[in-house]
Design a protein around this ligand. Sequence first.
Ligand code: ASP
Length: 406
Amino acid sequence: MDRYLFPTVVLAALVGFVLATAFPGTPWLLEGAALFKELFLSVLKMIVAPLVFFSVLSGIVRLDAAKQLRRIGTLTVAYYVITTAFAITLGLTVVFLFHPWTNAPPLSAIETASTHATLIGTSENTFGALVRNLLAQMFVNPFAALAKLNILGIVTNSIVLGLSLLMVLPSDSVVKRSIHEITNVIYKLASWAVWVVPIGIVGIVYQMTTNANLALIGQLAAFSGVVIGTTLLHMVIILPSIAWLGGRIKPATLAKKTFRPIVVALSSSSSAATLPVSFHAANDLGVSSTTASFVLPLGSTINMDGTALFEGVAAIFLAYLFGLDLNASATVTVFLVAMLASIGAPGIPSGSMAGMQMVLLAVGIPLEGILILLMVERPLDTIRTSANVLGDLVGCVVIDRHADVK
Ligand code: ASP
């Protein structure tokens, strides 16, 4: 399948496009497209909860000493924070140098019913709400976390369980061996998920072509251009440079080996659903399974460079549309809340929209701004998800090189 994925994906996209052009909006084709897309997403989602649970667990019990866990944990968190901060800074810098939407005046006609929050007051509330939300996602009953696909909850539960197993069980324990064996079985299952990618692509391309809104121009197009351009800059220059300098992986090798997860991220708009394919890519990149099983699941939910960049640029764009002048402290607030919101966003399609509301509230932008963003949300989600996924894979490469795990 591996060798045929690219031609199959192109063919699938072509089939979707030709069908949408020849028979636009045909009810049974629309139904079929929705069915194909659902099948694709369901198959990917079916495998995610057990994959995350067992891969984190086996990653932790494989570490033979708490010291090793501390090292890989510290490196992972440091990598996530630094690259996410870098991505938002890149987005905000590009916006301040180059903001094409200011050619047209703000939307002064927009009457807002929502209260304009005062900067200081709301940012406090918003931080509190964000932290409460994060804690509520992390510390939950493990069965509820698995059933609801709450990735942060699953990761927390398996880290806690893994730590206790590490402390209690001897290194040759049969339980540890069984965990590794179950994890391998789940990896095998996960590798089958890639077979449904072309089916999903036919459905998605048909839907997107049929629903295309050609009136989407002006400021929204300019905003989208800035988000796409900056995200691509991060994906093509920054992340490959980090992989090269920090992980000794050449940009061409990185591009080749991460192609599959990027295609799945583009078509699923979900970092969590892309996990099965990301594990394969990490293996191809020579990353040890211990590192991959710790860094990838955690990264798919808390390391979102593309999401953080999008939220930062979107806040500045909406502030302009609503005629708000963002001063330095408001810009810092955007930076910090976008960072927290990207950590809290689940790796699912439009997962960042809830956190986006927090960013808007924090700097007093009316919540109606979300409706404006929703008009361009779907295409932009595809590109930011692929940046999120590439960020996780580059993290794997760099952390694997420096964490000294087997
Ligand atoms: N769709 C993104 C992801 O899964 C999250 C988001 O930015 O909405 O990584």
